[in-house]
Design a binder for this molecule. Structure first.
Ligand SMILES: Nc1ncnc2c1ncn2[C@@H]1O[C@H](COP(=O)(O)OP(=O)(O)OP(=O)(O)O)[C@@H](O)[C@H]1O
Ligand SMILES: Cc1ncc(C[n+]2csc(CCOP(=O)(O)O)c2C)c(N)n1
Ligand SMILES: [Mg+2]
Ligand SMILES: [Mg+2]
Ligand SMILES: [Mg+2]
Length: 324
């Protein structure tokens, strides 16, 4: 299959989004928008950095690459609409495997009526997938990291540390409780897009998605909003059998593991009940885990409070690609 046959094989025959004017097949795609604001993001996934063939089937690789991007749209409160895929393909990947990568993306895209409207195909040394996503929000309704305020409640969706646990299990085969659950959370993470877009009913909410670990993302909210956050360690939600892992693994995975693609945010106390109602409507577990304070020394810290009330600064560490 040459480049052109490959593009032919992966392209959609019809589009679901009414705003599309030109999809795959020209020099660029065209869509029209008059009333809503457009939200766009890109994330890149590299073999042996973000995924490996030993722990992921090709369809999981596609699924998770698109999932991570939908997660960024969700963190903006946007409804997903389009995606474009740039792929670098090494000779060692077969046509069947590449088709499965795209099928993994298409499976998740179908849940959100997303259309594949373009991309780029080149050969190279490591399988590398960059996905650009486009979504919509109603005017002025994009949700930013920078809007947390004094006395807000800090909340998180779902459970933390499952993806890192799943990655550990895939790399260290053995007997584990809920093995399939953890593997699924790593390979095909749950999306919070429906919950996130309904948050437009709130007058204000700060949002960030958890790709690097809640420690890192909580700092991003604190710094962008110029507030300090206090998080209660024993309130951080974990899955029922998470206790099977060592204390150190639990601590590291839930705070710094990343790739859970849950949402962390802050909301005013008087809108907590509305937030809970939206969570119930969309079957989204949410947990209050702490609070925001503006009375600080200009450092905008994140504090971690242990069960015995001892409070320490939470380090802004997680999975980072470049240091120094
Ligand atoms: N190479 C780059 N060139 C231009 N802008 C960039 C580049 N890398 C990141 N950015 C921008 O920096 C901001 C933060 O990006 P970052 O990738 O940290 O966010 P994220 O996607 O939420 O996190 P993650 O990549 O861990 O999922 C975004 O506005 C992003 O578009
Ligand atoms: C083979 C393999 N090695 C390591 C990891 C773990 N990992 C990779 S990137 C990342 C953080 C998010 O990255 P980004 O900031 O690029 O979104 C994490 C936790 C993995 N999933 N697969
Ligand atoms: Mg990014
Ligand atoms: Mg993000
Ligand atoms: Mg991201």
């Amino acid at each position: 299959m040459d480049e052109f046959e490959f593009i032919d094989a992966i392209k959609q025959n019809s589009y679901k989004q009414p705003s599309i004017i030109k999809g795959v097949g020209d020099d660029a795609a065209v869509f029209r928008q008059t009333t809503r604001d457009i939200v766009t993001a890109i994330d890149t996934f590299v073999e042996d950095v973000h995924f490996s063939r030993s722990t992921m089937h090709p369809s999981h690789i596609g699924y998770r690459a698109l999932a991570a991007n939908i997660s960024d749209l969700s963190a903006m409160g946007a409804v997903p609409a389009f995606y474009l895929v740039s792929i670098v393909i090494p000779g060692s990947w077969s046509n069947e495997e590449l088709t499965e990568v795209y099928q993994g993306m298409a499976e998740l895209a179908a849940d959100y009526r997303m259309d594949l409207i373009g991309g780029d195909t080149v050969s190279g040394n490591e399988l590398t997938i960059s996905i650009t996503v486009v979504g919509y929000v109603n005017r002025e309704k994009a949700r930013y990291r920078s809007t947390a305020e004094n006395n807000d409640i800090v909340f998180v969706t779902g459970t933390l540390g499952d993806s890192a646990a799943g990655f550990h299990i895939l790399n260290n085969p053995g007997d584990y409780k809920d093995k399939m659950f953890y593997q699924r959370r790593h390979r095909t993470p749950d999306m919070r897009a429906d919950f996130a877009s309904k948050l437009e009913r709130l007058s204000r909410v700060a949002l960030n998605d958890i790709s690097d670990g809640i420690a890192s993302e909580a700092h991003e909210i604190a710094e962008a909003s110029r507030v300090s956050l206090t998080i209660y360690e024993d309130k951080l939600p974990v899955s029922p059998n998470f206790y099977q892992f060592s204390t150190e693994q639990q601590h590291n995975w839930k705070l710094y593991g990343g790739e859970d693609f849950e949402l962390v945010g802050t909301v005013a106390k008087n809108e907590w009940e509305t937030l809970k109602a939206i969570a119930a409507e969309t079957n989204t577990p949410i947990t209050p885990i702490g609070y925001a304070k503006s009375d600080n020394d200009g450092k905008y810290r994140v504090w971690l409070r242990a069960r015995d009330n001892r409070t320490q600064p939470l380090q802004k560490k997680g999975y980072t690609h470049r240091s120094g």
